[in-house]
Design a protein around this ligand. Structure first.
Ligand code: HEM
Length: 275
């Protein structure tokens, strides 16, 4: 028989506050928490897609470093820095919940309550850690060791998922969604951590260009952007396919998603190669 998880006082307090909030209370009582978590996953995924396009655009300003520096100077204020930090919330939520889904689907880990509790604790630690580096500002982390370790962890995570998913009967695109997700957990969380640890120099064109011109970083950035665009594109497609029946409209929208991602890939790759 499965043991019921004991809810701590802090958890029951947070849950009861959330259940009193206007919109949340309606959905927690009518649809339950798992419905809200999958909606949160979806909304966080779409937020990250929006940020990804904005990020490709800001990086394209590096072609004229003076413009990039002027823009960064303009954006170096409390509100923008706070928003940059706040982006970690959808990122960590989508990453950890994505990891939980992978564990559920492929590794048959069905202890949802324990996993959700781990997600909350790890998420809080990550967000507070970023907040700490954000307040502390000046710090320098060596590029090569940081990214070599992150890449090794990413490759290991994706290899484990690949090994498990290989023989399942799911479509190749579905499998790739999980493999790219596993690859991105260390890469994306590492990226955000790295940028907060090197906050001041991380927003300076000279330092960014120097890092992006390193052949190892160029290779890594190329692999990363292609995997990210695939994951984002397939994610948007699966959301659309949830609402629209197979037919001409779905085919047209799928075509639009492919074109948008292909154009983004073109600009992203050109940016990485040419800078
Ligand atoms: C950081 C590691 C990430 C992991 C582990 C991850 C994992 C996942 C998983 C497992 C799914 C499938 C969910 C399902 O079918 O129910 C998914 C969907 C999705 N992901 Fe990610 N993802 C990550 C990063 C990203 C990023 C950076 C973006 C955007 C740029 C993104 C956008 C999406 C979108 C739009 C969906 C579709 C959501 C839905 O169907 O509800 N993901 N992700």
């Amino acid at each position: 028989m499965e043991k019921a998880l004991r809810i701590t006082k802090v958890e029951s307090c947070v849950i009861s506050v959330m259940e009193k909030l206007p919109i949340l209370s309606y959905y927690t009582t009518s649809r339950g928490w798992s419905f809200l978590i999958s909606w949160g996953h979806r909304l966080a995924g779409l937020t990250l897609v929006g940020y990804m396009f904005a990020h490709i655009y800001t990086l394209s300003l590096l072609f004229t470093p003076a413009t990039f520096d002027a823009d960064m100077k303009l954006l170096h204020n409390f509100v923008f820095s706070f928003l940059e930090w706040a982006l970690a919330i959808p990122l960590i939520f989508h990453s950890l919940n994505g990891g939980r889904l992978i564990l559920y689907e492929l590794f048959h880990m069905r202890e949802d309550e324990i996993l959700i509790r781990c997600m909350v604790i790890l998420g809080l630690i990550y967000i507070l850690m970023l907040g700490f580096f954000f307040v502390e500002e000046s710090r320098q982390i060596a590029v090569a060791p940081f990214w070599s370790i992150t890449l090794a962890v990413s490759l290991f995570a994706s290899f484990i998922v690949l090994n498990k998913i290989w023989r399942t009967g799911n479509s190749i695109l579905w499998k790739l969604q999980r493999i790219t997700g596993a690859f991105m957990i260390p890469m994306l969380l590492g990226h955000m951590l790295f940028m907060h640890m090197n906050y001041l120099t991380g927003h300076n064109s000279k330092t960014i260009l120097l890092r992006m011109q390193n052949p190892f970083m160029k290779g890594l950035d190329l692999v990363f952007i292609l995997l990210l665009l695939f994951h984002a594109g397939y994610g948007v497609f699966s959301i659309i396919a949830d609402y629209i029946k197979p037919g001409l409209i779905l085919r047209s929208l799928t075509f639009v998603v492919i074109i948008v991602m292909a154009i983004s890939a073109f600009f992203g790759v050109r940016l990485i190669v040419a800078l």
